[in-house]
Design a protein around this ligand. Sequence first.
Ligand code: NAP
Length: 290
Amino acid sequence: MQLLDGKKCADSLIAEIGKRVAGYVEGGLRKPHMTVILVGEHAPSESYVKSKITTSGLSGFESNLIRLPETIRESELLAKIRDVNDDPTTDGLIVQLPLPKHINSQNIINAIDPAKDIDGFHPANFGRMTLGQKAFRPATAYGICKLLQFYNIPIKGKHCVVIGRSNIVGKPISIMLSNDFDIGNATVTLTHIETPRELLLDETRRADIVIVAVGIPGFVTPDMVKEGVVLIDVGINRLESGKIVGDVAFDAVAPKCSWITPVPGGVGRMTVAALMINTLNAYQNNFNLA
Ligand code: NAP
């Protein structure tokens, strides 16, 4: 068993981005700029935002964090998004999810300028990605692809099973890996809560690659996978003890895997790295850079 080390891969991508940015700045351009909007006080969101801001600095970017109160009205948040959309000095915008319940998240995502949508959640980007066109790809799914690429994991022609169909992880990764992309051309099965248990087991037991994003600690057990499987654990679950674990019963399952992502230090790091790639691409688009 070998680890798919998200930190190592992310560090290498960030170093590469940093070099590119240094070159642009030497050439007289301003730095790329990422804006993050954080609504309310949600401990996990605080930590994700901190990581995004820190990593943007390591990438050579500038960034700013706009903190808004939990009680903000949807119309006020939409107005703030319009301000950032109209600001030519910002290349990428993230509205940290989840949002308070009184705000319709899809309305918010739809309001982000697709050219600044570095999360890749806007329907225009999601649609283009689905059609195999140039787009900002949803960051977690893109990060998984970059991690598989970094470790030269064969994907073309492989059978991949995705567990969980969220719009931010399960759905986009299933589309991306089945598309005719550089990192793709797998045969993909997407499973969800209505997938009968026996069918789920039939699928996961013959899968070459299993990607799990359900948010249930210990969901994937050794009896669910074959020897030599590549296992990608997207889950980030906080136990009462404060420990962070994924969706895989890691100690029991890891010996059966050829490759497996740790939690933490796996997909989470890659999500942030993919956001930086998308921000750099948004900046390059703004300045017509190759
Ligand atoms: P989510 O919105 O929490 O939804 C969970 C998905 O799992 C749903 O599609 C649900 O199906 C499915 N599901 C639930 N129980 C299932 C079961 N017994 N069998 C099969 N499918 C089942 O998903 P998410 O936002 O993708 O988050 C999943 C996990 O990934 C969470 O732990 C989250 O914190 C983590 N996450 C990590 C990152 C990262 O960067 N590492 C990024 C995003 C999320 P239905 O659609 O039918 O309800």
